[in-house]
Design a protein around this ligand. Structure first.
Ligand SMILES: C[S@@+](CC[C@H](N)C(=O)[O-])C[C@H]1O[C@@H](n2cnc3c(N)ncnc32)[C@H](O)[C@@H]1O
Length: 318
């Protein structure tokens, strides 16, 4: 059915556009209109106070690096880890869109019954949620602490969970380019699709990305700051331009910075006031590196959602 009336009040066109917008499973970021400006919101509070204000099925990607009760810092202390984690995991399921994704950083590190780790979370979700575990990503780094009583640690993990089998995944946006020689060989490989080969290779679930060391330019002072490169791969592959990403253990705000750079909207939360100071430094670094993408720092969640909803209603009429 051709719809010629492009008025904003044309209901047939509105619902057609909604269908198009919602059916994002097989799209890649190039199928989306890049917004001129994105929206950012930061709340300093307990994550559960923020989560209860987020509407159902409104978020495309949750990317979090939670505390694990390892007593590394003073925020790392909860009496019953999985009882506490269950509260934000349930909220995560509720706020994700049907095609949404959840990424949780962590490790395998039990010391005593009070500490948590990714195995606890995976086990809990397997028996108490409908999340699907899509990948366990091994983040391998060559730089790290030396050790004498055990093998020096050179990896951390992140799990990628999806709310349904219709999850959004844009592999093309994160393919890794072949070198000229590799490309020639790969193009001769009959098992590979030449179109995809030309776009680059699948980065696999083992990612070699350096950790931030003390004098890294990216450092803003947070003790467990993640490199932008690792967050960028997640944001690009598992969310799309102008969609909503949330990080409710945002630390320095690495996720928010990457969202501005990649034109996603981002809600951040941390219960430490220092986050504001760290995030200002991220923005300063980002600008010094030449990123001048426009964004609004919204003062309330209402303002954040109203602006995005308005944009999404009108952006598909062009
Ligand atoms: C591992 S750090 C996140 C670091 C972050 N990925 C980055 O790149 O900067 C975890 C953060 O969770 C915060 N946190 C701990 N418990 C919290 C809670 N109940 N609600 C909100 N934030 C919390 C801590 O203040 C800390 O900054």
């Amino acid at each position: 059915m051709a719809i010629h009336n492009k008025s904003h009040r044309n209901h047939a066109l509105q619902s057609l556009n909604k269908m198009r917008r919602d059916n994002v499973k097989l799209k890649s970021s190039i199928d989306f209109i890049l917004p001129e400006k994105t929206d950012i919101f930061l709340q300093i509070s307990d994550c559960l106070d923020l989560l209860k204000q987020i509407p159902d099925e409104s978020v495309q990607l949750i990317c979090i690096d939670p505390p694990y009760n390892l007593a590394i810092e003073n925020w790392d202390m909860y009496d019953n880890y999985i009882y506490w984690a269950d509260k934000w995991l349930k909220e995560s399921y509720r706020i994700l869109k049907p095609n949404g994704n959840l990424v949780i950083f962590g490790g395998i590190q039990f010391r005593d019954v009070k500490s948590g780790d990714l195995i606890d979370i995976i086990h809990h979700l397997r028996y108490h949620s409908k999340f699907k575990l899509i990948n366990t990503i091994i983040w391998h780094y060559k730089n790290g602490m030396s050790a004498h009583r055990y093998f020096a640690n050179r990896h951390e993990e992140a799990i990628w969970l999806a709310k349904s089998n219709d999850y959004y995944f844009d592999l093309d946006s994160v393919r890794v380019k072949y070198s000229d020689d590799e490309l020639k060989t790969a193009l001769k490989d009959k098992r590979l699709n030449p179109e995809n080969t030309k776009k680059g290779k699948n980065p696999t679930n083992v990612w070699e990305i350096g950790r931030l060391n003390g004098n890294s330019k990216e450092r803003v002072g947070h003790p467990t700051q993640k490199p932008t490169e690792i967050i960028r791969r997640i944001v690009k592959a598992l969310s799309y331009p102008d969609s909503i990403v949330i990080d409710f253990f945002c630390g320095s705000g690495t996720t928010g910075r990457v969202c501005i750079e990649e034109k996603r909207n981002c809600i951040m939360c941390d219960n430490d006031e220092n986050t504001k100071k760290y995030f200002d430094l991220h923005i300063k670094n980002m600008k010094e590196l030449g990123c001048s993408n426009n964004y609004d720092f919204d003062l309330s969640l209402n303002e954040f959602f109203n602006k995005i909803n308005k944009r999404s209603l009108f952006s598909n009429y062009e």
